[in-house]
Design a protein around this ligand. Structure first.
Ligand SMILES: Nc1nc2c(ncn2[C@@H]2O[C@H](COP(=O)(O)OP(=O)(O)OP(=O)(O)O)[C@@H](O)[C@H]2O)c(=O)[nH]1
Length: 299
């Protein structure tokens, strides 16, 4: 494809928690870089995934779930959503098509309407919708509310219609040269990606009470031995009782989390790593500015 027709730009996902943004990003980029879990509010970093095709390059900015501000942490997450919206060329509104429209969906729709940006509507989880005819009223509703550039039903989980979605997105980006090199998939520091992977394993193996009180920081990434980097991650919790939950009986849970995270990290880096996890109790870390800065959650 000639350079005059190559398109490139920034694209942000917005949607309610649990819509499947991280799952779709992982699908599109083809590597596990965003934390995925079945518990809402797992995405705390604006992780970028980069897809380069013959027709163009898309730089994805993943945003945290849109929700009502509460803790300082949540307020920062909301401002991250607004920043992401202002800095992109195209929005992708992700909607879980298997559930009925609620106030949260209307709130997200308002964000799109007020953004002044063009947007693609993605109706996700169509594998859960037995009667595909049931999608029609949803499509009608959204079309009436906003002039979406495209409406694309997908199943992020099964990887259905993903390539079509990439093409539909590229079509609406400005013409221009690639923003990143072809081999790059993310501009997030490797430390952040590693921490996200550890966090994902914690969420997958602990109960409801843990996700919101946990943060992971990569404290050291030692490449003295380039064949086998040594990685030290701190897991923040708020109370000793939460530390006990994460460590598990005889340390079994933490070992399991470490083994699974190490597996993913080794896959990503293509080499063996030494991974050490520590659990630290820091009371009320979610409201401490210094801790939020250290963890990388920016204003
Ligand atoms: N059945 C089905 N489940 C899906 C699909 N896409 C995502 N899920 C599930 O929905 C849950 C939430 O997915 P995530 O990708 O973590 O959602 P998110 O929108 O990034 O959530 P936040 O990080 O909270 O904003 C997970 O359990 C996924 O496996 C899909 O196409 N079909």
């Amino acid at each position: 494809m000639s350079s005059e027709t190559f398109r490139s730009g920034y694209v942000a996902f917005i949607g309610r928690p649990n819509a499947g943004k991280s799952t779709l990003l992982n699908r599109l980029v083809g590597e596990k870089i965003a934390a995925v879990s079945n518990k809402p509010q797992t995405t705390r970093h604006r992780i970028q995934g980069i897809v380069t095709k013959e027709e163009g390059q898309i730089v994805f900015v993943d945003t945290p779930g849109v929700h009502k501000p509460g803790y300082l942490l949540n307020r920062r997450m909301m401002s991250a959503v607004h920043d992401a919206i202002l800095s992109v060329d195209l929005l992708v509104l992700m909607r879980d098509a298997s559930v009925s429209t609620g106030n949260g969906d209307k709130f997200v729709l308002e964000l799109v309407k007020n953004s002044g940006k063009q947007a693609v509507l993605v109706l996700n989880k169509i594998d859960k919708v037995k009667d595909k005819g049931a999608l029609l009223p949803l499509i009608e509703y959204y079309s009436k509310e906003f002039d979406f550039a495209e409406i694309v039903p997908v199943s992020a989980l099964r990887g259905e219609a993903i390539d079509n979605l990439l093409n539909q997105i590229i079509k609406h980006l400005p013409t221009g040269e690639a923003i990143f090199g072809e081999d790059e998939m993310t501009d997030q520091p490797i430390r952040t990606i590693v921490a996200e992977m550890v966090r994902e394993k914690i969420l997958a193996s602990t109960g409801e009470e843990i996700p919101y009180v946990t943060a992971v920081v990569t404290e050291m990434f030692d490449e003295t031995d380039p064949e086998m980097p040594k990685i030290y991650c701190a897991i923040y919790v708020e109370r000793p009782s939460q530390k006990k939950i994460i460590i598990g009986k005889g340390g079994t849970k933490l070992r399991d989390i470490g083994m699974k995270a190490r597996h993913d990290i080794e896959n990503l880096l293509g080499k063996q790593v030494f991974l050490k996890l520590f659990v630290k109790v820091v009371e009320d870390w979610r409201n401490l500015e210094g801790r939020l800065d250290e963890i990388g959650i920016k204003e």
